[in-house]
Design a protein around this ligand. Structure first.
Ligand code: FE2
Length: 212
């Protein structure tokens, strides 16, 4: 049987600079109500308001409008940040539902029990929570929105080295790129892509077993 995809990564995906970002400093989003946002992140999420900038000039883009920039601190010192500029119109509606589903910010929890405690605490505070959702036994997550509509997640990984599966991740990316290319070449429906990636993974597993 012809294999769905070629095997083995061809993308280099090796770091070449001797630099790596140390940790999340901040991720920043837009709010239409700084006070409501501050109440949510301090009272409900238990984060300290850590830093503010109030100005009417953004040096990085050389643009001018009045704003407050707020930072809220998590347990490890990383921060989640917001900008409010008064009288902003509502953002444009996304062109596809995936933008509202995929774009999100996830907080780390140490245990599955902690995720359930977050679910109960958020629900007691009137926050609509989806989950806990068990992702194949690898992560337990809940999903909810902050007052600005930013999609948030609290997740507990079962595997403490979940963020060190580098070889597998490189392979998956290679299979994904190849599957997209195959769909393009064959004019196939993109719904075939995930099946091809799974076949390629299975084939890799079988070859690893027989060579090991
Ligand atoms: Fe996530």
């Amino acid at each position: 049987m012809e294999l769905a995809l070629q095997s083995g990564p061809e993308l280099a995906l090796q770091p070449t600079a001797r630099l790596v970002p140390k940790m999340l400093n901040h991720a920043a989003f837009v709010t239409h109500d700084a006070a409501l946002t501050a109440d949510f992140y301090t009272r409900v999420m238990g984060m300290e308001i850590a830093h503010t900038v109030v100005d009417d000039y953004i040096p990085s883009t050389e643009t001018s409008f009045p704003f407050i920039h707020l930072f809220f601190r998590m347990g490890d010192g990383a921060t989640l940040a917001f900008f409010e500029s008064p009288c902003l119109p509502s953002p444009a509606k996304p062109s596809h539902p995936v933008y509202d589903i995929f774009n999100h910010f996830a907080f780390h929890a140490d245990t599955r029990e902690e995720v359930r405690r977050w679910r109960d605490w958020l629900a007691r505070n009137g926050v609509e929570v989806r989950g806990p959702v068990d992702h194949d036994g690898q992560f337990l997550s809940i999903y909810f929105h902050d007052p600005s509509g930013l999609r948030l997640e609290v997740t507990a990984p079962t595997d403490s080295s979940w963020n060190r599966h580098t070889e597998e991740a490189r392979r998956d990316l290679e299979y994904w790129v190849q599957a997209k290319e195959r769909a393009r070449r064959e004019g196939a429906d993109t719904s075939s892509i995930v099946g091809w990636v799974r076949e390629a993974r299975e084939d890799h597993r079988n070859r690893s077993r027989s060579s090991g």
